[in-house]
Design a protein around this ligand. Structure first.
Ligand code: PLP
Length: 401
């Protein structure tokens, strides 16, 4: 029997580890850019499961591929080959121009694997070459190594000792990075575009200069594209936009359109650092997840699809800039590219209230770091749908201006 919201909230309170600061709605189903709650209320979804539902909800080819694969073989372990996995890996290798892919189940697991293979590669050069440099304000995941990589100390409190060998620099500050790097640096790991930290894009050829420093010190360059990749920037990989190629790139979130998956993709030279038995996973890259990934990998890289991300993204950014001009006491800056956009509020006072008010009016948006309204919607949105959300935002912001 269908339960009421109150019953579900009570069961959750009694049964679920209380780590999520959830909004008080129970979602039931979705279609395209819209979702419906338990009571039949419709919402336009401009968060997309936190940059996951790139093809929207209930996208028929994805649903069909998952259903067909589930009816044949959901899982078989990595002791055997499957066509779905081989195909998905080959597509990622071709798209990235790198050498080999490996599948896990989440973003954190993808980054964990990337850090591990980078260390293994570096240790073969010099056993003391182990420093991993990441950026303040970054987000790389919740496992012990990835939350150590995450340059936001509050995530690291109370769970030490943390893995050793991590140092931090300010994103976009090339001099600071230069002063910290040496031949003991194993890797520099950066989000190509910082997402959770508040939507920051690289400035002034920063990533090209990072690449040059990595080459100088024979350190690997790892781009975490878990949030910014899979077409979100308007290119399949955000690094294509900045003319820089990493040695390792990590993906997750949108890679299988909502089915759990993560991946790291490496050059052949780096891949050779792992021998059979050096790494593994039970579920990672199982045929169900890879069947879903294959739909995403056949759809998102198409020129027309990416073109829509570019054009709708810049339309949306212009609309957000107009809201900034209209509400200068509320919005300080509009940032981002493609469909990873942020509007920084002048203070954290109303961040969560604005999100709640938008929800009330039927629009799902997000606020990160307390004061950056973040928009990472399905990549299939139209200009009309942007107008719909901007109208809601306008209405809500007026209340706080
Ligand atoms: C850039 C980035 N890296 C890693 C992660 C961690 O991914 P997951 O939550 O799938 O472990 C996230 C999640 O928000 C992310 O945005």
């Amino acid at each position: 029997m269908k339960q009421t919201d109150q019953e579900i909230f009570a069961t959750d309170k009694a049964s679920y580890v209380p780590v999520f600061n959830r909004y008080k709605i129970v979602l039931d189903h979705g279609e395209g850019v819209y979702v419906w709650d338990n009571n039949g209320k419709k919402y336009i979804d401009f968060l997309g499961g936190i940059a996951v539902n790139v093809l929207g909800h209930a996208y028929k080819p994805l649903v069909d591929a998952v259903a067909e694969q589930a009816g044949k073989l959901i899982h078989c372990s990595n002791l055997y080959y499957t066509q779905a996995q081989a195909d998905a890996a080959a597509k990622l290798v071709k798209l990235s121009g790198l050498g080999k892919a490996f599948f896990g189940n989440s973003g954190a697991e993808a980054n964990e694997g990337a850090i591990k293979i980078a260390r293994k590669y570096a240790h073969a050069i010099d056993p003391e070459k182990s420093q991993i440099i990441t950026a303040w304000n970054s987000f790389h995941g919740r496992t012990l190594a990835t939350l150590t990589a995450t340059g936001q100390p509050h995530y690291q409190e109370g769970v030490g000792p943390l893995p050793a060998g991590f140092d931090y620099v300010h994103y976009n500050d090339i001099e600071e990075l230069e002063s910290l790097m040496s031949d003991k640096t194993a890797a520099v790991m950066l989000e190509t575009i910082q997402g959770e930290g508040g939507v920051y894009t690289p400035e002034n050829d920063y990533l090209k200069k990072v690449r040059a420093l990595c080459d100088k010190h024979h350190a690997l360059l790892i781009f975490d594209e878990i949030q910014a990749g899979i077409g979100r920037s308007g290119k399949f990989f955000a690094y294509e936009k900045y003319g820089v190629k990493p040695d390792i790139v990590t993906l997750a979130k949108g890679l299988a359109g909502g089915v759990p998956i993560g991946a790291f993709i490496v050059t052949d030279e780096v891949a050779a650092a792992f021998k059979p038995g050096d790494h593994g996973t039970t579920f990672g890259g199982n045929p169900l997840a890879c069947a879903a990934a294959n739909v995403v990998l056949d759809t998102v890289p198409q020129a027309e699809f990416l073109h829509n991300v570019e054009t709708v993204g810049s339309y949306f950014k212009d609309k957000l800039a107009a809201l900034k001009d209209k509400y200068p006491t509320l919005i300080k800056e509009v940032r981002g590219t493609g469909l990873i956009l942020g509007a920084e509020l002048t203070s954290a006072e109303h961040g969560r209230d604005i999100v709640n008010d938008c929800l009330e009016k039927g629009a799902i948006i997000n606020c990160t770091v307390g004061k950056v309204l973040r928009f990472i919607p399905p990549l299939i949105i139209t200009q009309e749908q942007v107008d719909e959300v901007v109208a809601v935002l306008d209405d809500v912001l007026r209340k706080y201006a």
